[in-house]
Design a protein. Structure first.
Length: 84
């Protein structure tokens, strides 16, 4: 499974509204389109850390990084590069 597909799966599980991961668009706004709440967001971010073995820098995570799943993936990749 590629990382975008994994992120979609983790997001679908965190939101838990029954939306299949395959129906989540790469450019869907995580907050406005998906409708994730704060508890779901924390669950999602922690599951991303576990699944991708990456430490997310929450102090540098900006709302702009959540404008799309694609943008969030870019943030995750940058965190991995910073750690290397």
């Amino acid at each position: 499974m590629d990382e975008m597909a994994l992120l979609k799966q983790l997001l679908a599980e965190a939101v838990g509204d029954g939306t299949p991961a395959a129906e989540i668009d790469d450019d869907a706004d995580i907050v406005n389109d998906i409708g994730i709440d704060s508890i779901q967001m924390i669950t999602f971010l922690l599951s991303v850390e576990d699944a991708l073995d990456v430490n997310l820098d929450f102090e540098n995570l900006d709302l702009a990084d959540l404008t799309s799943l694609r943008q969030f993936h870019t943030f995750v990749v940058s965190m991995r590069a910073t750690a290397a």
